[in-house]
Write a protein that binds this ligand. Structure first.
Ligand code: FAD
Length: 490
């Protein structure tokens, strides 16, 4: 019987989701470019360009295979599906489980039949089983289970290299003047040009919009970056915007590439002896550990989780997030300028600069989350919500992470080259030259000392706070810094 197979813009893989069972002679492929998705919010144009052009290329590849493809523009996904149903006089719509609560509910209401979402390595019920059995949801425990379950980097039941984790080797600061191999550039074709024109955007050459481009990106990472991925994983430098990160998240998230394919290539490269264990383990942990854990937690924690604000943070989004010219803090200026250019920075600027700043300034978590959702190339609801609410700004009262990722300027100074040319001094916590991160870090601890008093993982931090002799001056400087940040003058 003829069916409609609905392909959301993050299910773009021929061998996974509802498409794996599709029959070109029978089924009608439905893709909807909804106004809600394109104009509903202040989306970064690079992100819209990537998502729309990838979907249009994918639709073409299905047509080439002989499928009937309906690619429609509509106010909402549901409106688009109704149009396609009416045109083909069909009522049955099949889709792999969507990747957000909102879309799940909307599609369910209009009678879509779901099949299990296999865009991840961990079925949702399996993750729930794990989470239900835990007292605290430590990623490390989940990850070890994944290593054994998926048999990745395991030898006779033991972790390859004699340890589960090589984090200690993977915390090097950036070397001086580090350029590294050039990053891959992706040529633009007619479809790209049309999408860019519609959006009034000049895209970078950073992001591929086809399956072939995504596979080229994977090969480029494996051949030129994988071996050095681990040690420089946390480093930040203005000499090289991506260091040895894979830049694969957009394709993993929109389906152009599957985690299984990435892991297969990574394991092959490791087995060939070209990649040291600290890089292999570090990278595989991101894919089979962090990515799967975050997705599992999104579904486990439920739709209300995103509204958490347990630290009662009420400050409005600071102007520096939407305009890199609204700050003199070099690390933030550089990071936001990078986002403005290509909608991406790696995990440490996301966590230790942007989220850290939102955390220590007491910025409203939902306003910050909405901004992060709008500007990142790889942002989707399932991945942003736990990363921001749980890991980034600790708005969930510690449901995910045992302590907040708050840090002063010393961390940034150690892990980057941002501080040397900066007008602020990471070593100072008071006075006009004091680094805002350093001042606000101590101010944050002081403001929340009662909340975290019983958190033994923070006892050293509070020991430090109690030894500060200049707390009154620091509190005064913190007030000035917060005002300056609100006015865009700091
Ligand atoms: C506050 C915050 C927000 C984030 N928002 C997103 C987001 O919207 N979308 C997104 O894909 N990742 C997000 N991440 C995770 C991580 O920053 C990006 O996956 C990574 O920077 C993407 O670049 P890459 O592909 O070069 O990653 P690499 O450093 O090469 O890592 C390989 C892969 O591991 C996965 N991964 C690593 N860490 C995480 C994580 N914490 N959560 C989920 N996947 C992870 C990604 O798929 C990534 O492609 C966020 C992290 C933080 C701290």
């Amino acid at each position: 019987m003829k069916r409609i197979i609905y392909i959301p813009f993050d299910h773009l893989h021929r061998n996974f989701g509802a498409l794996k069972e599709a029959d070109p002679k029978q089924d009608v492929m439905a893709m909807v470019e909804s106004a809600r998705m394109t104009t509903g919010r202040n989306w970064h144009k690079e992100r819209l360009f990537f998502l729309i052009s990838s979907a249009r290329h994918f639709a073409e590849s299905l047509k080439d295979e002989g499928f009937t493809v309906e690619y429609v523009k509509a106010a909402t996904t549901i409106d688009g599906l109704e149009t396609i149903k009416a045109k083909h006089k069909l009522s049955e719509v099949i889709c792999a489980e969507p990747s957000s609560f909102r879309q799940f509910e909307a599609l369910q209401k209009c009678g879509v039949t779901f099949i299990a979402n296999d865009f991840f390595l961990t079925p949702r019920p399996l993750f729930k089983e794990w989470a239900d059995s835990q007292k605290s949801f430590l990623m490390e425990n989940f990850y070890r289970l994944q290593r054994s379950r998926l048999n990745n980097l395991m030898e006779k039941g033991k972790p390859t290299g004699g340890a589960w984790n090589f984090d200690k080797e993977n915390r090097l600061p950036p070397p001086k003047k580090y350029e590294g191999p050039a990053y891959l550039e992706h040529k633009r074709d007619q479809i790209d040009i049309e999408v860019a024109k519609e959006l009034g955007h000049t895209p970078t050459t950073t992001w591929a919009t086809t399956r072939k481009g995504a596979l080229d990106q994977l090969k480029n990472f494996i051949d030129n970056h994988f071996a050095e991925f681990g040690p420089l994983e946390d480093a930040m430098t203005t000499d090289n915007w991506a260091l040895h990160h894979s830049l694969l998240s957009p394709y993993l998230n929109n389906g152009l590439i599957h985690a299984e394919e990435v892991i297969a290539e990574a394991v092959k490269a490791f087995n060939s002896g070209k990649v040291p264990i600290e890089s292999a383990e570090g990278f595989i942990r991101q894919i089979i550990g962090w990515r799967e854990y975050v997705n599992g937690m999104y579904w486990f924690l439920g739709p209300d989780y995103r509204e958490n604000n347990q630290l009662k943070a009420t400050r409005k989004l600071l102007p520096l997030f939407t305009d890199s010219n609204k700050t003199k803090m070099n690390c933030i200026k550089e990071t936001v300028a990078d986002i403005e250019e290509r909608a991406w920075v790696h995990h440490i600027p996301r966590l230790m600069l942007l989220s850290n700043l939102a955390l220590v300034t007491g910025t409203n978590p939902q306003e910050f989350l909405d901004w992060m959702r709008e500007v990142f190339i790889d942002a989707t609801e399932w991945v942003m919500v736990p990363n921001v609410i749980g890991m980034g700004v600790h708005a969930d009262g510690g449901a995910m992470m045992t302590k907040p990722y708050a840090a002063g300027g010393a961390y940034i100074s150690r892990m980057s080259n941002y501080c040397k040319p900066c007008v602020y001094n990471p070593k100072l916590r008071t006075g006009e030259d004091a680094c805002p991160f350093t001042t606000l870090y101590w101010d944050f601890l002081d403001r929340h000392k009662e909340t975290f008093a019983k958190n033994h993982r923070m006892s050293q931090q509070f020991f430090g706070l109690n030894r500060l002799s200049d707390l009154p001056e620091l509190k005064q400087r913190a007030k000035e810094v917060l005002e300056g940040l609100e006015q865009g003058t700091i």
